[in-house]
Design a protein around this ligand. Structure first.
Ligand code: SF4
Ligand SMILES: [Zn+2]
Length: 322
């Protein structure tokens, strides 16, 4: 595995344009079955600690981070507060872990939660190893912790994603989040590298089965090809194709059958070569269906001739890969 870690680190070398401004936008989301306004704030910090050590094979978020010191983080918080207009949900992301003190000092984590306490719900992201911070942080607001799991299969976690933890380790932290009275959102990756399309569908459903009794929300992330990653290397050599949108729809449908909580899916670079895509003709329609699903929780049936091609591929792909 040492070599694998080194390889992943090597992909990150070279010049990258660092983005220094926080990114802020507003969008629709769902709270207790109602569509509401959400305020999204991407804070620039030193970024994910795991990405510096080695990192996940599909993740290029290290490019969105830089060594923002304390004063600069405070300025970014002030900017977000100026732009906040009492939206019901506030999502604060860092391209890493909100609870990692190396990214945001604990007192500033507290300050952020305090400044947005009028929201009905705050959502932050964290790797499992940092969630104990919740014992120190106090907030009156409903708090949801989004923890990337990607897959509940340890082999996929280790050899395909290089996630840096096992399912049991992740689960222990997830249980801690629940014990502390917080909500849990689980990110599941659709189509890790080295999996066939069929295996990718099975892997996502297997993962839903494993977390369905713990998660308040499940959020699917179909792989998008980020620059300077292992997945980009495989893709450039014809060894990886992002998932079909048919696969995404299939996973949403099957998950709806077995899971009662909120299901979301954000398709980054949808319809493009670097994102989940179909034949080109039906992509927009399917992307609209997926977007609508995240708000209404229902899949609208649709058809395109490429569905046959996708079905054939599910059956025969395993015979072409060794
Ligand atoms: S996917 Fe998450 S845990 Fe993995 S390297 Fe990226 S930010 Fe870090
Ligand atoms: Zn099509």
């Amino acid at each position: 595995m040492k070599e694998f870690h080194k390889l992943i680190k090597d992909f990150k070398k070279g010049k990258v344009k660092k983005v220094k401004k926080p990114r802020i936008w507003k969008e629709k989301d769902v709270l207790d079955g109602k569509i509401v306004d959400a305020f999204v704030f991407i804070l620039r910090t030193s970024g994910c600690r795991w990405a510096k050590q080695s990192g996940c094979t599909m993740c290029g978020y290290f490019k969105e981070s830089y060594d923002a010191g304390r004063e600069e983080i405070k300025k970014q918080i002030a900017q977000a507060i100026r732009e906040y207009n009492n939206e019901t949900i506030v999502k604060i992301f860092t391209s890493g872990s909100f609870f990692d003190e190396k990214e945001i000092p604990r007192d500033l984590q507290s300050l952020i939660l305090k400044k947005f306490e009028k929201a009905k719900k705050i959502i932050v992201e964290s790797r499992p190893e940092f969630v104990n911070a919740l014992e120190e942080l106090k907030t009156k607001t409903r708090l949801e912790i989004a923890m990337g799991l990607e897959s509940a299969n340890d082999k996929v976690l280790k050899y395909a994603i290089n996630k840096g933890f096992t399912f049991q380790q992740w689960k222990k932290s997830a249980e801690r989040v629940i014990e502390l009275g917080k909500e849990l959102k689980v990110y599941i990756l659709i189509k890790s590298p080295f999996l066939t399309e069929k295996e990718a569908i099975d892997d996502a459903i297997y993962t839903v089965e494993k977390v369905k009794d713990m998660a308040n929300t499940i959020s699917f992330n179909p792989v998008a090809i980020h620059g300077k990653t292992v997945v980009e290397f495989l893709w450039k050599h014809g060894l990886y194709r992002p998932p079909w949108l048919w696969s995404v729809i299939e996973i949403l449908k099957e998950s709806r059958e077995i899971y009662n909580g909120l299901i979301k899916c954000d398709v980054v670079a949808g319809g493009k070569e670097r994102g989940a895509h179909n034949c080109g003709k039906c992509d927009k329609n399917l992307l609209d269906i997926i977007k609508n699903f995240s708000l209404m929780q229902e899949v609208k049936e649709t058809y395109c001739y490429c569905k046959e091609e996708w079905r054939d591929m599910l059956e025969i792909e395993e015979f072409f890969v060794g």
